[in-house]
Design a protein around this ligand. Sequence first.
Ligand SMILES: Nc1nc2c(ncn2[C@@H]2O[C@H](COP(=O)(O)OP(=O)(O)OP(=O)(O)O)[C@@H](O)[C@H]2O)c(=O)[nH]1
Ligand SMILES: C=C(OP(=O)(O)O)C(=O)O
Length: 212
Amino acid sequence: MQWTLVVPLKPLAEAKSRLSDTADDALRPGLALAFAQDTVAAALACHAVRNVAVVTDDALAGRELAALGAGIVADEPGGGLNAALAHAAATVRAAWHAGPVAALNADLPALRTAELARVLERAAAFPRAFLPDAAGVGTTLLTAAATEELRPSFGPGSRARHRARGAVELRLDAVDSVRQDVDTGDDLRAALALGVGPRTAAAAARLLIAEQ
Ligand SMILES: Nc1nc2c(ncn2[C@@H]2O[C@H](COP(=O)(O)OP(=O)(O)OP(=O)(O)O)[C@@H](O)[C@H]2O)c(=O)[nH]1
Ligand SMILES: C=C(OP(=O)(O)O)C(=O)O
């Protein structure tokens, strides 16, 4: 089964505000872009992924991620993350005849292609499914079969909400890279320990230099 992924990304100047104690205003937008580039590059390399649509109004991120091969969908209708994801899922189904659709966070800089493939292959057994984040309270991936609406409910505490709204929680070992979202400095250290993609490695190196 081949999936279309929708990857939401805030304007870079606003993204990853909880990393402000780790990366200052001059470095944080570049770090957020690097996370998204490594996430999207790993997703596009996955054999279970047909295409990737990044949901963003950020012009620089749009250009850089389109250069990797992603499509860009406008952040509409202006009602926040979940409204944007629902709109994007409908858009890619209409425009690309997409079948199964998955929402994947843009802050997974350690994402490994083979681990994403395992998660998507397991998700294909269910009408709707989700993967909890590393912290165990949020969600990094939500899937919907071709006949299902995505019905996203991302945001703080989304694991419980996605379960309550009928998505099946995926229980898989050794898919840490798909679960390791980066919200805080500790999350960034955990992702670096797993091994991040090249753009995040370079951006994190600038961070360490700036800290000296
Ligand atoms: N397109 C779009 N993406 C969003 C929006 N809000 C959050 N996102 C993205 O959704 C994903 C999960 O959000 P968070 O983990 O909270 O990331 P964040 O909002 O950059 O982080 P904080 O500023 O620390 O809350 C990230 O990929 C964000 O870029 C939104 O309103 N529109
Ligand atoms: C948007 C989410 O991420 P976070 O909790 O990292 O903001 C989520 O887990 O649903």
